[in-house]
Design a protein around this ligand. Sequence first.
Ligand SMILES: C[S@@+](CC[C@H](N)C(=O)[O-])C[C@H]1O[C@@H](n2cnc3c(N)ncnc32)[C@H](O)[C@@H]1O
Length: 262
Amino acid sequence: MPAEMPASRYTYGDTEAAADRLTLVASIFEATSRRFLLDTTRQPPGLAIDLGCGPGLTTRLLHETTKARRTVGLDRSDAFLARARTDAPDGVTFMVHDAREVPSPVGPAELLYCRLLLPHLVDPASVVAGWSTQLTSGGMLLLDELDAVDTTEPAFVNYLDEVARPVVAAQGADLYVGPLLHGMDDPLGTERVVDRTATFAPTAALTARIFALNLAVLTDQGEIEPRPDLAAPLEAIARTGAGRPATWRVRQIGFRSGGAVG
Ligand SMILES: C[S@@+](CC[C@H](N)C(=O)[O-])C[C@H]1O[C@@H](n2cnc3c(N)ncnc32)[C@H](O)[C@@H]1O
């Protein structure tokens, strides 16, 4: 790792509960991520890489939708990768790797995909620029990240403003990384061929379940003090469904490499 790269800690950890949380999150992102991958992949890549793959849900989706010959998931967590490797389909493998580091341990790829990792990294634009050097000529770097969660439900607003955003901000990162990616310069030697938003609005009960689980995981990880004042209203909405829903807004960006691998 270059000496100047700051330390980074993933605040949600890699326990079983953290993996269950990611399974729920993946369920609400799945349709829009699938659409994004289908819209941007013209032919099956030889190699597709999933950056910050967690328990491998995005890796499977990437492999299935793009029909890549080979798909590799990279993550820093041994525990998540052990789960990811269970029943992995043919052509899908996983490696422990700090995704910020280049060169990629598996060589340049026709397709690099990243979902929900950049909100946890300091200086995401520099990380993206590094990734862009790991594309084959004509290869695509796809970013599928959060712009915002729009809601007027007090239980959601309070959780987002008092916990979700401050916890990642304390790491020098931004949960809503989408606007930064939208505004950043195109990495050298690439062209921005897609920059769009997609939205989805799960039921209030489902958003509440995710936020309640997030809160429990962050408390277990020691990232926050227990917050029964936030947990109780979330659990009530999860149980009864009585609450205003939230609209999740996702930024989907594609950079195509026009040059040689750097
Ligand atoms: C929110 S999860 C996203 C998982 C998956 N992409 C998805 O959308 O379901 C973020 C993942 O990034 C991983 N991670 C955090 N920092 C990392 C780093 N520097 N290098 C590789 N993986 C990292 C975490 O272990 C976690 O699995």
